[in-house]
Write a protein that binds this ligand. Structure first.
Ligand SMILES: [Mg+2]
Length: 289
């Protein structure tokens, strides 16, 4: 059996990092705009709710294409809030935020948010470290003993994958390989797209398609359905991946409800076959234990 696994959000838990970044942003706004923190927080949450109500406009937008939806990844929240403000959103407080951000010398909320995001993330990782979830080493050993081939395919650089696995006591080789800089997010053209739960998901992802074609996994696992699972779902339908390829969502409390609910649809209509709360569930899935 061959497993093709995403890295961030599967082998790591990003909920704490996302909470910290969002809270840091609220505190920065509170300071820069001279707003009570509770007011800034309530207004931020209002903007985020509004962004969630318009998923086709909010999420991760590399190269001008929406490659993942805002409600699929908590780390997309600040970017979505900034885009909501720049698009002229009118939830309570929005006009005041736009004016305050401009008066603080920033041409846009996007520009302001980008300046805040990186330092907040670095502070969190410095204080909390960046490491694999507990039990990862044992899981790798179980898979290895069962003869399972594990390929980690991530948008992160290969060196980061090697470093974090090594720190957990796992070395590449003997059934384990890393494919970094995978560019799953890269969308080449507007079409083709496929509709899942009313969302139009981009499927022209040439870099990810090339990796999937080459690897021919039996199981694909990721934490962001549109980014990790839509391409293999489409390839399973067109026959460029095997009909028995399993699509697994690593579910967290922040997972999008529409993605989790995919599991109740027919195989040809869904992009998630099953959800698991932890990467550690791969042991049972792969070995049938
Ligand atoms: Mg991920």
């Amino acid at each position: 059996m061959k497993i093709l696994s995403d890295f961030d959000g599967v082998w790591t838990d990003q909920a704490g990092e996302a909470r910290f970044i969002n809270e840091s942003f609220v505190q920065e706004v509170s300071r820069d705009l001279d707003l009570p923190e509770a007011v800034a927080r309530a207004e931020f949450e209002g903007f985020l709710r509004a962004a969630h109500e318009a998923p086709d406009q909010h999420g991760w937008w590399p190269r001008g294409f929406l490659t993942a939806f805002v409600d699929e990844d908590e780390l997309l929240a600040t970017g979505a809030v900034c885009r909501y403000l720049d698009d002229g959103g009118d939830a309570p407080g929005a006009a005041r935020w736009r004016e305050g951000i401009r008066e603080a010398g920033h041409p846009s909320a996007h520009d302001y948010g980008s300046e805040k995001f990186g330092p907040a993330m670095r502070t969190y990782l410095q204080d909390h470290g960046h490491r694999l979830v507990d039990g990862s080493r044992e899981l790798c050993e179980t898979l290895r003993l069962a003869g399972v081939e594990l390929v980690i395919v991530s948008n992160s650089p290969t060196t980061k994958l090697q470093k974090l696995f090594a720190e957990a006591g796992v070395e590449e080789g003997d059934g384990l390989r890393f494919v970094g800089d995978a560019r799953k997010w890269w969308v080449e053209n507007e079409e083709p797209r496929s509709e899942y739960a009313g969302r139009r998901v981009h499927l022209d992802r040439p870099y990810y398609r090339e990796i999937l074609t080459r690897e021919q996994p039996d199981l694909v696992i990721g934490d962001v359905a549109s980014l990790d699972l839509a391409m293999p779902a489409a390839m399973r339908i067109e026959g460029t991946l095997g009909a028995s390829t399993q699509l697994v969502l690593r579910q967290s409390p922040g997972s999008a409800r529409w993605a989790v609910e995919q599991t109740s649809l027919e195989q040809g209509e869904r992009l998630v076959d099953r959800c698991v709360p932890s990467v550690l569930d791969l042991a049972a899935l792969a070995t049938g234990a």
